[in-house]
Design a protein around this ligand. Sequence first.
Ligand code: RAM
Length: 875
Amino acid sequence: MSVQVVDLKVEYATNPLGLTTLEPRFFWKSKSSKSNKLQSAYQIQVASDRQLLLDQMVDIWDTAKVNSDESLQITYQGKQLEAEKHYYWRVRIWDEEGIVSEWSEIAYWSMGILERSQWKAKWIGRKPEAHVTKETTSLEIPPAYMRKEFVATKQVKRAMVYASALGLYELSFNGNVISPLFAPGWTDYHKRVQIQAYDVTNVIKQGAQVFSVILGNGWYAGTVGFLGDRVYGARPLFSMQAKIEYTDGTVEEIRTDETWKVTKGPLLYSDMIMGETYDATLELIGYQEAGYDDKEWEVPDTRPGYNALLTGTIEPPIIVAEQLKPISIQKTKDNTYIYDMGQNMVGWVKVAVQGAKGTKITVSHAEMLNPDGSLYLENLRKAVQQDHYILKGIGTEYYEPKFTFHGFRYVELIGYPGEADLDTIIGQVIHSDIPKTGNITTSNAMINQLFSNIDWGQRGNFLSVPTDCPQRDERMGWTGDAQIFARTATYNRDVAKFFDKFYIDMLDCQQPSGAFTDVAPDAGWIRHKMWNTRLNWHAPDNPGWGDAGVIIPWTMYLMYGDKQVLESNYDASVRWIQYLHDMSDNLIRPDYANYEDWLSIGSTTPKELIATAYFAYSTQLVAKIAEIIGKPDDAAYYNQLFVDITKAYQQKFVDEQGKIYGHTQTGYVLSLSFGLLTPEQQKQAVQYLVEDITERGNKLSTGFMGVAYVLPVLSDYAQDDLAYKLLVQEQFPSWLYSVNHGATTIWERWDGWTEHNGFQTPSMNSFNHYAYGSVGEWMYRYMAGMETDEQQSAFKHIHIKPRLDRTLAFVEASYESLYGLIRSNWKITGDQYELTVEIPANTTATVHLPIDGKLGEYELHNLGSGTATFIGKLV
Ligand code: RAM
């Protein structure tokens, strides 16, 4: 068989459970050992049972043969899907010659709870202890332990569990943890709560069973950023319902209600920002097993319902993705141990310890060391990256925290009984499950380290939402950071589900005025005296921040062909543009409420210029989006508005010599990249930009808003040479400056630490912040030259246009697109280049290569799926 259909996905996931969309989307890949393989038609079959498919008794949806080359984003159009049902599906395709493939393997998905009335479980928590008042901090509200026993009387056909919390929960069934880390994830809990679905058919046994839960405050009731605690609510609550179908057709439901039992346990507190204390002497031995005596436990506090929207989980689960062994250990004069994990990472360490009952050990975490070798804790602000464990004194005890995480490279073990060594701790690297899709290796080891730092910056901060940093009391979903890094993020890792959730977070906190906020989810509530008062400091219309509400959905269209996001986000985008329009003066945006070109170095780009540039950019994107989703009148309107803004922009900000107001790199690159200049002004802008960079000794001066555009603009205007000079610059400020000084992640500031000044101000100095890592976008799109086509997005048609340059002897890059693997490898030997390209079945590519060996001009080669090598001369 020449083509095989593989990797079936629904809503970007393999066999997802508990979906609540009634129109799930299908995806598959075609695999072939032959070149030039294209799909000409497909057939999808959906049935309510696996066997029905095999028996050709398709009862839910049969598309029959559909003439189409689409293998992504195919929307379900069969019978109405029903709550809590499993659906099985398979697909086959016809190739370009009309030869039909075998049927794929059977995949499935399940539907979750679709109507509020179907959510019958109560929300349960622990009644506050006597001393708790509104003034009590959440650290005094310990995690609750809950349990419920029941007996499965008959043989089970299927057992499904649906659960969620206001707070964080860890759910175990018969002693096995079945929930992911930090479930249910972070949303604006006032608007939306995600429900997780679990299939426990394989763990359920006949007889007595136990559900047990640990319930923490999390984002809901614990500390969020620097906003304090109890941002969404006073105490956490848990809700769960299980449906057990027996083989005889009967059904039993277990729901959270007054019959559950609750108590407190060994976790004295566990807070996202403030760390944790676990007293093992208080362990509730055996509570996860049937038959445990919970007579002394309390009756839970129950709430019949909760008003927010309960939806199926969109975000990928948070997982322990990797374990890291420390690379060194140092005993200090105070008898503590300082470990180097060799990598700035996010998560925690698991500690093995033996000692007397009641001994307390402390695990402290930091990103950097002070000159004297001690942990550098100053940049944590109010965050406490410390976990404490009190030993029960029985054998070897293992400890790792539950509802907290830290950003660190160095670990100090304090109060450790006995001698610690390299095997005493192991690092648990956690993040949302965003599998690696992109890779780049070059002949330059420092560039490779930079690439690794970019990826680790993403891994450290993609945790339910794209946070800015993982260590200090912040860790919030800053939208500006997310949009500037979005393209890099999508190449590096599969963030389809992750961004599918995040754009909803942004929608949830769009202001009534139409303004998108600068953090999402909205964490703008404050407790205490201002209880229930919206905290207003999150300025709602920061240019480059709020614009994420348009840019991220657009990026999802480019990389994943996701038109559904464009559609469901469209009204919000329109409101955003209208808001910007209303708040402008003759199409020039004001200079208030603005982070400028955040953390730029040695230059200040005027606020109104950045604001107007982003206004134009978002407007143009909305015009494109309108076109794509079939609204030509809107497209014409926004195209005209874009033209009008550019005219106003030119008049206001560009002088007769083509100098742009402020005369900064960011001003030039935004103007060029967003298409705001006349052809003549473009030439002048490129010249000023090049001059500015060269006058600074081939160095940049951009902050968050300009950084991602510098190298792409240089490459777009035939300045690859200068782009490479910036890339490999090692002098301060540059990407490689931090690499040269041992960085293993991207820093928040170019000058987070310098030889001349040491540490920057501890009041804001993160060493794990991905915004400057947005140079990764240039590495994929230009250096390796793997680019999609706006008209045939998601790499259906691929442009391979590598920027060959003798700065590097070779570049090897790959990207696992939704169609399959794309590869672009080039090397230069003497004056000869060799490019090897691979593209997946059901795609085509145009390869752009230098004409007569001259860089900057290209001739085109067309490539069908498969591999091809091109050899040529470089001048
Ligand atoms: C700080 C962080 C964050 C940035 C805001 C404006 O909180 O650097 O990344 O987006 O400022």
